[in-house]
Design a protein around this ligand. Sequence first.
Ligand code: ATP
Ligand code: MG
Length: 426
Amino acid sequence: MKPPNLLNHQPLIYRSDQHHLPHGEIHKAAKKIIRKLTGAGYQAYLVGGAVRDLLLGLHPKDFDIATNATPEDVKKVFKGQCRLIGRRFRLAHIYMGSQVYEIATFRGSDSGDRVLKKGRIIRDNVYGTIEQDAIRRDFSCNALYYDIDKREVLDFVGGVDDLERGELKLIGEADQRFTEDPVRMLRAIRFEAKLGLTLPTEMAHQITAHRHLLHQVPIARLFDETVKMFHCGNMTEAYQKLNDLDLFKILFPNAVSHLNNPSWNSLLLHAFSNTDERLKKGLSVTPVFLTACVLWPACIDIYEKLRHQGKPPHDSLHHAASQVLSQQQKSLMIPRAIQNGVRQMWILQLRFKKMFGKGVYATLHHPRFRAGYDFLLLRSEVDAQLKNQAEFWTQIQNMPPEAIKSLIYGKRKKRRINYQLSVHEQ
Ligand code: ATP
Ligand code: MG
């Protein structure tokens, strides 16, 4: 990239011959929205992750737009296609085709009307200029604006340079920026893993020092961020960093006492790399899967205790699941539908033990069979004693009905099931 034209107090401007942003990759609808706003007399730019990802040669997952039009102005321009959302951070959503585009109004630097609680921003609807907006953003690589007509990149904070050097740079001072919004610490770890940028040592220290602030973040938002981390495409590395900086246990305190169990760690790493691979191949992923993997050892600990007290297997597992999930709600608010999915995946691990009789059909047709089966395969990777279960449930999926029948009703002798569940089964 050639050096840009440097003007005093002006952004660095990278002309189209000075950057490699593939203009053709920008969604037509995003361009249409920007042109409609500029046509109505407003400024509007492509901003954030899309500009960053395009400059890095990645495919953006969404195209965010920044404008000097207020959300109400945007609503007037787009009428029925627009919905205003958010209280903490008011935004306009424009519906075009099957996509939703997020339009954010430039945030200002006047802190007068910003609502803070112990330094944490709980509402930020103070509007300003593009220069002020740039420094309210989190990292320099996320503060680049693309002018779709002039095909220029506007850089107020040296983001292009940082991207070229491969460095993740926080805008402003860490203490203030992490206090204002502790979620930025999780975002830093996610962007480092996802984009392959380097998180500077100083920032890492600052994250460790400010990690307790994550307890103040609303737990629903914390779960959303955790899911974004799970699905960033490189959770294997993100997990390593979360542990190095002591953040994993803030998100999943139940899992802490198991962190030193090598079998479980290995299971978890398998689960993460499996999800990373699926995303690389463009396969679907669900937050149910990794949530179930992370909380599994906490669940079987309680399960084994209840079994020891003589409670029947299914009751024990349901009870253990309820207990773990409700404890977990103190740190992350896992939506009810995801909790149900997690519980079903766990219950299937018990059902997989029964490889005879008509229960086999019910297991095969269970709505969560796929996720439960994938989890069984993962467990069998770290526990050789699960190999025969894994083989049975793999083979049976491709067998003709007659063969299944003779397999599951074949030997009539009474078979005992060992209902023990542990990372290493006995
Ligand atoms: P991706 O969409 O790939 O996860 P992104 O950077 O686009 O990454 P979004 O959450 O879509 O992330 O946010 C869009 C932009 O809004 C960011 O690039 C950043 O400029 C700004 N932003 C988002 N969250 C914050 C935050 N917590 N603090 C400051 N700026 C933020
Ligand atoms: Mg985005």
